[in-house]
Design a protein around this ligand. Structure first.
Ligand SMILES: Cc1ncc(COP(=O)(O)OP(=O)(O)O)c(N)n1
Ligand code: TZP
Ligand code: MG
Length: 209
């Protein structure tokens, strides 16, 4: 697998029920220069999730950008995605790695120092520091925000690339990066922008990429 650029991850917005709007935003952020996409669907049934995954993979391939799938290893395998993002309550990393083999990306959510420490010994490619700030996008099963101080502590402990998520936008992205993050993952900063392509370009500017 080629080197993955984790600097700007667009996490798709599962509040967007209309497929045309969903793919319009996805293509806009790809045009704007998002460096990796995570398909995240918490409501859709499997068939609809799969259809979004097929079209997302087609678009990401068109722009040469890796696609990872949130939670669902079966769907990632079905569309030959670049990997998955899993949480602390999903399949254990060792089992995910067995299913995905060595060439796929595995990202793991980490919400405290203990989990960051444990992740060092696991076959994960990056950790998702979750959440760094407050967010209205994910309400269920969310730990308290770690803040910049929490990021600094986890940076000291972790040997893995860190992708910070939760309330990240163009106003705080630079601070997140200068304090130890290797990338940011955003939903609303792109999906809720008037112009998602420009919003992506602005985020790239802030990240100096
Ligand atoms: C990059 C990144 N980090 C953390 C998460 C959160 O994953 P998880 O804890 O499994 O929660 P859900 O996204 O499944 O609701 C993420 N998606 N991406
Ligand atoms: C999926 C997820 N995991 C932790 S916070 C979050 C939502 C991030 O959304 P936003 O970028 O809109 O705050
Ligand atoms: Mg999950």
């Amino acid at each position: 697998m080629s080197i993955i650029d984790y600097s700007l991850m667009y996490v798709t917005d599962d509040r967007i029920t209309d497929d045309n709007a969903f793919f319009e935003i996805l293509e806009a952020t790809l045009k704007g220069g998002t460096t990796i996409v995570q398909l995240r669907e918490k409501q859709l049934h499997t068939r609809a999730f799969y259809h979004r995954a097929v079209e997302s993979k087609r678009l990401c391939d068109l722009y040469g950008i890796p696609l990872i799938v949130n939670d669902r290893i079966d769907i990632a395998l079905a569309v030959d995605a670049h990997g998955v993002h899993i949480g602390q309550k999903d399949l254990p990393v060792a089992m995910a790695r067995e299913l995905l083999q060595a060439n796929k990306i595995i990202g793991l959510s980490v919400s405290n120092v203990q989990q960051a420490h444990e992740a060092n010994a696991l076959a994960v490619d990056y950790i998702g520091l979750s959440p760094i700030f407050g967010t209205f996008t994910k309400t269920a099963d969310l730990d308290p925000p770690l803040g910049i101080e929490g990021l600094k502590v986890i940076r000291e402990v972790s040997s893995k690339p860190i992708v910070s998520i939760g309330g990240v936008d163009k106003g705080n992205a630079a601070e997140v990066m200068t304090n130890g993050s290797d990338g940011i993952a955003v939903v609303s900063a792109i999906s809720k922008a008037d112009n998602p392509e420009n919003a992506t370009r602005e985020l790239r500017k802030v990240l100096s990429i």
